[in-house]
Write a protein that binds this ligand. Structure first.
Ligand SMILES: NC(=O)c1ccc[n+]([C@@H]2O[C@H](COP(=O)([O-])OP(=O)(O)OC[C@H]3O[C@@H](n4cnc5c(N)ncnc54)[C@H](O)[C@@H]3O)[C@@H](O)[C@H]2O)c1
Length: 393
């Protein structure tokens, strides 16, 4: 049988657009034709489209018209209007994490450290409602590009939960590294928050997903989050912080550490960390403690391959692993980082869904629960860790 042809368009031409384009080269569930890309900065757009022989579109509307699937690879603050515009044209949207958020009131004096968190939560819930309503009225769907969901270790654990009838009692996990280089990341008005949303969204989505899977397998309905207790800190902005130069220190008004403790409807729990405070490369992992099994899913720092060199000049121009400070000595070299992190698997699943109208595992409901939990978490952190209910939409 001939594969279905699906036309793809990329919105944005930065880091995420590049790894989306690379992951599309591995899709075999459909024949993907990348129609072109659009971005706000024409010179940067051409830098992206020229070497890939893609059409550079002048307007977002023209790109949406020409494509079946749109990839939203732009800053989070732009996600809602772009997603709604594509859904109105009944197109599928692959949207980067985080789905949406709160970016301040637009005033010059807005400060991410001090604004009332309840205001951030309410604005975010309204943004989520608008996006979910647009999806309901559309023939297209939101495909939430949470790559962790499609990481092979996570999908294997899904199978263990489903087929063993497991009850998950406690999960713990983390995404941490030495910090983001992007200056936009350090400003709440551009990022919508710090470690809790930027990094914590990954292990959180997986924890929420596993409880959805468990509930669906046993009772035909997902088990969803009930409350969150959270703490945030700005360690690299402490007056006494002694900067040795290994961690990024460019954050203006966001946290660089977050702890989230989530209680689910059935009383089970997840304890998750996210930070910019960890040396030794990206630390992406989640552990599941169930009533009949235990797993450790390690997307990074696994021992699929270890490498040793007595002097890092031997590996000078060789990519080893994300964000490691040195290549000398032993490294958790990754033989295929994108594979372990699920990037190619997620694209393959999304295009199968676009071609055959199948539901996606990483959908708008999971994305909305993730964001609603995080912004309830910011309210909790403002109250120094008081328990706050999660609003389910
Ligand atoms: N899943 C992951 O592992 C992962 C990793 C990195 C980034 N991301 C996400 O990808 C998204 C983009 O991040 P990035 O690292 O590619 O950023 P980037 O700065 O490298 O690229 C952003 C792109 O968006 C364009 N842009 C900026 N403002 C715009 C606007 N108002 N309208 C349209 N386009 C605009 C820029 O021109 C640029 O091409 C973010 O949501 C981020 O959280 C996800």
């Amino acid at each position: 049988m001939e594969k279905k042809v699906i036309k793809a368009g990329l919105i944005g031409s930065g880091f995420a657009a590049r790894f989306h384009y690379d992951a599309l080269q591995h899709v075999y569930s459909a024949k993907v034709e990348v129609t072109g890309a659009w971005s706000v900065t024409p010179s940067k757009l051409l830098e992206f489209t020229r070497p890939r022989a893609l059409k550079a579109y002048d307007t977002l509307e023209a790109l949406i018209d020409d494509c079946d699937v749109l990839h939203v690879c732009t800053p989070t603050i732009t996600h809602e209007p772009i997603v709604v515009a594509a859904l109105r044209q009944h197109k599928n949207v692959i949207i980067e994490k985080p789905l949406t958020g709160y970016f301040g009131d637009g005033s010059p004096g807005f400060n991410g450290d001090t604004f009332p968190r309840e205001q951030g939560l309410q604005h975010t819930l309204e943004s989520l409602q608008r996006m979910l309503a647009a999806e309901k009225e559309s023939k297209g769907k939101i495909m939430y590009a949470e790559n962790w969901i499609y990481a092979p270790a996570i999908q294997k654990e899904r199978e263990l939960i489903e087929r063993s009838g497991a009850q998950i009692i406690w999960m713990h996990g983390e995404q941490s590294h030495s910090g983001s280089h992007s200056l936009a990341y350090g400003q709440w008005k551009l990022s919508g928050g710090g470690s809790m949303i930027g990094k914590g969204c990954h292990p959180l989505s997986v924890a929420l997903y596993f409880k959805q899977v468990e509930g669906r397998a046993r009772d035909g309905r997902p088990i969803r989050p009930k409350t969150i207790t959270a703490r945030t800190h700005a360690i690299t902005r402490m007056p006494g912080y002694k900067n040795e130069g290994y961690l990024q220190t460019t954050y203006k008004d966001i946290e660089d550490f977050a702890l989230m403790h989530i209680e689910f409807e059935d009383g089970a729990m997840a304890s998750l960390f996210a930070s910019e405070l960890v040396l030794g490369g990206v630390n992406n992992w989640i552990e599941v403690n169930a009533n009949n099994h235990r797993t450790k899913c390690r997307m990074s720092q696994n021992d699929a391959m270890l490498a040793y060199t007595p002097d890092e000049r031997h590996f000078k121009d060789i990519y080893v692993v994300e964000k490691t400070e040195t290549k000398q000595g032993w490294s958790f070299i990754s033989p295929d980082e994108g594979w372990f992190h699920g990037y190619q698997h997620e694209m393959n699943a999304f295009y199968r869904s676009a071609a055959y109208d199948e539901p996606v595992e990483s959908n708008s409901s999971l994305a909305a629960d993730t964001i609603a939990t995080i912004y309830a978490g910011y309210v909790s952190a403002e109250r120094k860790g008081a328990e706050v209910p999660v609003t389910l939409l």
